[in-house]
Ligand binder design. Structure first.
Ligand code: 3PG
Ligand code: CO
Length: 554
């Protein structure tokens, strides 16, 4: 049905090698001691800045510019890479779920009807991230859904919580658990048997991504399905508080726990005849559990028991795998991405990152689609991430290895586009360890240097940008921008992303001196990058893409 042929750009040549580099979690903020990029000193990235405004500028990476509900929503990698790759702004999961809950449509769809069949005799289990971060899930959506489900026949509800501390401040899991406990108490007053059944920290329990470490999912499975965990508590609030008292404990890495009754029996293992909903809207960190819950044949770990359940995702997490096959809200239909167009127009593409961000430059970039469009034209390389070593202990991560792979791909002459994601600003930034994040930022700058050097050698073009902010601000701030203090007088460390814009730099010997950033798009965002890159490959972007950032002046 689609005509994939792109019109030639009237002025820009084809055949250049273009490096597209996404610095994960690398925003622009005033220089100060909590700006790890500034403290690190990043000569390569700073050298680009000197090209402003013609060859360096800022673009929006948060809120409505990337399809999130409002402009208080920080950016994230899913929506960021979606926008970068798709060239258009789609209403994203967070917003689609809001709309479905507000209209009540969520209860009329096939997904809800499917799980409702279990409400007569079975339990409704809700598994997901418990916070108001708005990146993977939102507590207010969980609250509305529990209420709605109970009004639509659910009599027994069990919530399996994953504590956050990554998209929100560390320590906030206590407050979120309190809120949830209150909601459940209210449901109990209405005669619904509603409880928290298990829990654990998101980075240690359940929410691994890109099959980095299946043990993470297994720990969750044991608690959620089998009702087994090293820690047993009578209440979730007590569990979270107690487990946080352990040395070095934090919300992200709390060990798994189950809630037990007076007799020591787990209050909510998942059993035959039950309904299960994973209430995260974002795919990457829940799709592994979706596989474990849905696939009859499964060899990633021993499930011990594979209950006969009716399972639905809040969204469908993978459109290509059609996983899960049942879901409550339809995901954004991201089609005709720049990657697909370029492959149809003869652009040979190489994409690379390390495991923890690999799907970002492939799956998210391609509109939440797994695999190649055309294996003859594309090569995706995953550099294995270290397993089990905290990112602040090895803040260099695999930046240099990725850069070397990119360099090789550039020098090979086999590819027109070499696309990478450098994860350090984000992954180390999320640990809240400022010293380590500074080291990580240095490594990223060095990696960019290597890639740009390779581009210089082949007469190519580079496009350096980022998906959202993180490392450029590690302090939680008040409205006026002053760092907030905790009750001990220490600055509250911001482990999450930010609302800051991100830089984009273009250059390289293949870029004609007549090419520069336009001055008429002050509010441009990540979605404007795709058309820009298409132009640099010598093509015009499709009409419905967000406008290109560049112009050619005579
Ligand atoms: C995560 O999943 O690690 C965080 O919640 C968001 O980080 P990302 O959007 O950069 O992946
Ligand atoms: Co992040």
């Amino acid at each position: 049905i689609n005509n994939w042929k792109l019109a030639d750009h009237p002025k820009l040549p084809k055949g250049k090698t273009i490096a597209v580099v996404v610095l994960d979690g690398w925003g622009e903020a005033p220089p100060n001691q909590y700006n790890c990029i500034h403290v690190a000193g990043t000569p390569t990235m700073d050298s680009f800045k000197k090209g402003a405004p013609k060859r360096w500028r800022l673009i929006k990476a948060h809120g409505t510019a990337v399809g999130l509900p409002g402009d208080d929503d920080m950016g994230n990698s899913e929506v960021g890479h979606n926008a970068l790759g798709a060239g258009r702004i789609y209403a994203q999961g967070a917003k689609l779920v809001d709309l479905a809950l507000a209209s009540g449509k969520i209860y009329e769809g096939d997904g809800f009807k499917y799980i409702r069949e279990c409400f007569e005799n079975g339990t409704l289990h809700l598994i997901g991230l418990l916070s108001d971060g708005g990146v993977h899930s939102r507590l207010d959506q969980l609250e509305l859904f529990m209420k709605g489900a109970s009004e639509h026949g659910a009599k027994r509800i069990r919530v399996h919580i994953l504590t956050d501390g990554r998209d929100v401040l560390d320590g906030t899991s206590i407050g979120f658990t309190e809120t949830l406990e209150k909601d459940l108490a209210q449901l109990r007053e209405k005669g619904i048997d509603a409880k928290i059944a298990s829990g654990g920290g998101r980075m240690y329990v359940t929410m691994d991504r890109y099959e980095n470490d299946w043990n993470v999912v297994k720990r969750g499975w044991d608690a959620q399905v089998l009702g087994e965990a090293p820690h047993k508590f009578k209440s979730a609030l007590e569990a979270v508080k107690k487990l946080r008292e352990e040395p070095n404990a934090n919300d992200q890495y709390l060990p798994p726990f189950v809630i037990v009754d007076e007799n020591g029996n787990p209050v909510g293992p998942i059993k035959d005849g039950d309904a299960v909903v994973t209430f995260n809207f974002r795919a990457d960190r829940i799709v592994m559990l979706a596989k474990a819950l849905e696939y009859e044949n499964f060899d990633k770990f021993d499930r011990v028991r594979f209950p006969k359940i009716r399972y639905a995702g809040m969204l469908q997490y993978d459109g290509e795998l059609k996983l899960p096959s049942h879901f409550l809200v339809s995901p954004p239909e991201i089609e005709r991405t720049s990657g697909e167009y370029l492959v149809h127009n003869g652009i040979r593409t190489f994409a690379c990152s390390e495991t923890v961000k690999f799907g970002h430059v492939t799956f998210f970039w391609n509109g939440n689609r797994s695999g190649y469009f055309n294996p003859e034209m594309e090569k995706y390389v995953e550099v294995p991430s270290d397993i089990g070593i905290p990112f602040n202990v090895q803040p260099n991560m695999k930046a240099l290895e990725i850069a070397e792979k990119a360099k090789e791909a550039i020098l090979s002459g086999k590819f027109h586009q070499v696309r990478v994601n450098l994860a350090n600003g984000d992954m180390v930034g999320h640990t809240g360890d400022i010293k380590a994040t500074i080291v990580g930022c240095k490594a990223v700058d060095e990696a960019v240097r290597i890639i740009v050097d390779a581009i210089e050698q082949v007469g190519g073009i580079y496009v350096i940008t980022a998906d959202h902010g993180n490392a450029e601000d590690m302090a939680k701030r008040d409205k006026s921008g002053k760092p907030l203090l905790d009750k001990n007088g220490n600055v509250q460390i911001l482990t999450s992303h930010t609302l800051n814009p991100v830089p984009i730099a273009i250059g390289g010997p293949g870029l004609a001196p007549s090419v520069r950033f336009r001055g008429d798009l002050p509010n441009a965002g990540l979605a404007n990058v795709a058309a820009t890159v298409m132009n640099l490959h010598g093509f015009q972007a499709p009409n419905d893409y967000e406008p290109t950032l560049i112009e050619v002046v005579e």
